[in-house]
Design a binder for this molecule. Sequence first.
Ligand code: CA
Length: 382
Amino acid sequence: MTTLLWGAATDVGRTRKGNEDSYFAGERVFAVADGLGGHRAGEVASAIVVDLIAHVEQAPDPAAALEQAILEANDTIFERAQGDPQTSGMATTVTAVAFNGNVAHLAHVGDSRCYLLRDGALRQMSRDHTLVARLVEEGSLTSEAAETHPQRSVLTRAVGSEPAVAVDGDDVPLLSGDRLMLCSDGLSSVVSEDAIAGVLESVTDPQHACAQLVDQANSLGGPDNITVLIVDVQDVAAAAPQPTRSIMASPGDGRRPKARRLPRRAVAWTAVIAIVLVGSLIGLKAWANRSWYVGVQDGRVAIYKGLPTDFIISLSSVQEQTEIAVDTVAPYYRPRLTEGIRAESLRAARGLVARIPLAPAAALPTPTPTPAATPTPTPTST
Ligand code: CA
């Protein structure tokens, strides 16, 4: 059993009137959200995403459930903002982690951050979805200039600001002693990474470390709401290496003096191949769990969860069958469907389906229309 110890702190800061940050800390799911929109609307948005993420705690597949919760929050926030002038334009960032055995699933949108402290080194695990981060990635801005750029808080992605959102996902294999920190930009844009690392390294109790980091942000002016959540990972459950151990144990006992060197080497290679294979399968499965594509099943267009290729094991399953017969799709588009068209999310896949180009009615191979291709009501069926 992997044991987790956590601490959390949130503070309004020194200049804001209200705290629009929200956080959730459960038994194995943790999240920080930084609401945007002003007039308390941001508070509503960040609470919506955090409440939906709280349900992930019970899910059998936390990685998929985490992404699904954020997509659902996007729908809820976007729709509520459209219908209510009080919350118009509200949105939120979210950085969440679900612990599952010896892996932490990370899901992220916006500029809140996830850091990992391992062996004294602090590493940012999430990618900022900001204009300046994009400019730095493109090479047109240095990271030093980005730190003081006047538009450094302009987001390129947020939950609820658009009808659809892409969620960054990552699986972090855990080691005992790892310390994960989630925070809003009220900490990371005020306190330097060196100073954050200093506190994370020197203060053992996670709750005390959170309190100290909030104090540091406030002592530097506290210009924004500050939220810090620290999770310490202890006694990581050993899971993956088991199959390779059994492979190494059985043939190693054969005592044939002359052939000893060769089988040993063969056994070592078998073990290496097995480790690589098991690792790749676990990685592929995790990747497949976050992937979607539009393909074909029984002559009709279908939305699959997974990857459009099989590698030893099947990597996909049909999630939604549509009424669109492949025969009614524009001929040039059919090979793409057969190959499978990748989508970032279920929503994106549905969007792709809605935009599938259909063949002109005259060019249809048979005179019997399918319901999906022609909406004109016909008394004859099939
Ligand atoms: Ca903020």
